[in-house]
Design a binder for this molecule. Structure first.
Ligand SMILES: [Zn+2]
Length: 352
C-alpha cells in the first residue's frame, strides 16, 4: 500500500493514514527500531528464487506507460534483491493479476496488493487523474514531460512487489534522513523530493529479504542494514609439537544461531578476512602472523605453520565496514612446542 503525502499537512496525513492502514488490514508487527530491516509482514514466503508470473487483469488493464513501469519494477527486483527472494515476470498465462482501478485499494491508497504466499498475489494501481480528497493523482509515466507533484509508478510498483515478498513499511528516523534506505515506505514521495523515483531496493528492504529468503551464497555480502553477530572458532591439529613441527590451524566463521535471523541463522560465512594472531604464553600483546585463506567446507579458513616455540593463538574477524556483520575473536588455542634437541639446533651466539 502506498499513501500520498501532502506538504504542510504531514502530521494530519500520518494520523489519517495510520487509521486507514489498520482499517484495510495492514498486518501489525512489533515496532521496529529506526534503521532496522523493514518489518516482516509475518505471513508465509514464496519459494526461494521462485518466479511469480503476472498478467494484466481482464477488464482492468493498466495503460501502456503503467505496464512498462511495472515490468521495469519487476526487473529492479531481480537486479537488486541481493537475496533468494522470489522474482516477478510478465506472462500472458500468469495467474497473478495486476489491475488498474480501485480494486482492493482503500480510499486513499495509490496502489495496493494482496498476498497469499506461496500461492499468489494481486496488485492494483489507482487511475491517473483520480480525484482524492488530497488532490488529483498524477503518475509521472503518463506524461511526456513529468510535472512536479507526480508519483513514479515504477517506484510504487517496487513498493508493492516488496510487500508481496513479505516486507512491511520501513520505520524511518524521525527526520527521515534514512528514507532512501527503503523503497517500501508508508508515504510515497512525489517529484522532485529525494527518493520519489527509487528504482532499486534499499538496503533495509534487502536486509529483510535476506532474513526471509537467505543470501545466494556464503560469500555474498550481508546488507549494511543488518547487524548480525558472528561466531569465530579456532582449533589446532595438535596441542603439543616437536621442535619445528607443523601445526594446522582451522577457523570457522558463522552467523550466530537465533530465530530472529531467519534463514541467516547459523549460516557459514566464507571468503572474509580472517587473521591469525600469536602471543607468547601468558603474554598480553597479540601479533598478526597470517591471513588465513578460505577453504572447504564453507565457512572454513586454514593455515599451516612450523612452530619453534610454545605460543598462544587466536583468530580475528574484524567488523567489516561494507556489510552488516559484527566481528568476533575466537577463543585462545595454546600449543606447546618441545625444546630443540639433537644436532640441528640453532647455536646460541656467544661473543663474536
Ligand atoms: Zn506500501
Amino acid at each position: 500500500m502506498i499513501f500520498p503525502t501532502r506538504r504542510g499537512q504531514r502530521g494530519l496525513s500520518v494520523l489519517l493514514n495510520l487509521v486507514i492502514a489498520i482499517a484495510i488490514g495492514h498486518p501489525t508487527t512489533a515496532p521496529a527500531t529506526a534503521h532496522s530491516p523493514d518489518p516482516s509482514l509475518g505471513s508465509g514466503t514464496f519459494p526461494q528464487d521462485g518466479i511469480l508470473k503476472y498478467d494484466w487483469r481482464t477488464g482492468a488493464v493498466p495503460p501502456a506507460p503503467i505496464r512498462v513501469a511495472v515490468n521495469a519494477a519487476a526487473a529492479d527486483v531481480e537486479a537488486t534483491r541481493a537475496s533468494r527472494a522470489a522474482l516477478f515476470a510478465f506472462d500472458a498465462a500468469g495467474t497473478n493479476p495486476i489491475g488498474y482501478g480501485t480494486g482492493t485499494c482503500g480510499v486513499n491508497g495509490l496502489a495496493c496488493f494482496t498476498r497469499n504466499a506461496p500461492d499468489g498475489f494481486t496488485m492494483w494501481f489507482r487511475e491517473h487523474g483520480r480525484v482524492f480528497d488530497w488532490g488529483t493523482l498524477k503518475w509521472c509515466q503518463m506524461y511526456t514531460s513529468a510535472p512536479n507533484g507526480c508519483y513514479d509508478a515504477e517506484t510504487v510498483a517496487l513498493d508493492e512487489f516488496g510487500h508481496i515478498e513479505g516486507l512491511g513499511h520501513h520505520v524511518n528516523f524521525a527526520d527521515e534522513r534514512d528514507y532512501t534506505d527503503a523503497v517500501v515506505q508508508t508515504f510515497s514521495r512525489t517529484k522532485p523530493r529525494e527518493g520519489y523515483n527509487m528504482h532499486v531496493l534499499g538496503v533495509c528492504d534487502v536486509a529483510q529479504l535476506q532474513v526471509r529468503y537467505d543470501t545466494g551464497h556464503a560469500s555474498f555480502p550481508y546488507s549494511t542494514c543488518l547487524d548480525l553477530p558472528t561466531k569465530l572458532s579456532l582449533s589446532g591439529n595438535d596441542t603439543t609439537l616437536p621442535y619445528g613441527g607443523t601445526e594446522t590451524f582451522t577457523a570457522f566463521l558463522e552467523i550466530l544461531t537465533d530465530t530472529d535471523y531467519g534463514r541467516l541463522s547459523g549460516n557459514p560465512v566464507s571468503r572474509r578476512t580472517i587473521r591469525l594472531q600469536r602471543r607468547p604464553p601468558g603474554g598480553t600483546t597479540w601479533t598478526t602472523i597470517a591471513t588465513m585463506p578460505y577453504t572447504t567446507p564453507t565457512g572454513t579458513y586454514a593455515s599451516a605453520l612450523r612452530l619453534y616455540g610454545s605460543a598462544e593463538f587466536r583468530a580475528v574477524f574484524s567488523t567489516p565496514t561494507n556489510e552488516g556483520l559484527r566481528g568476533d575473536v575466537s577463543p585462545t588455542v595454546s600449543v606447546t612446542v618441545a625444546p630443540c634437541s639433537g644436532t640441528h639446533c640453532p647455536m646460541p651466539v656467544i661473543g663474536r
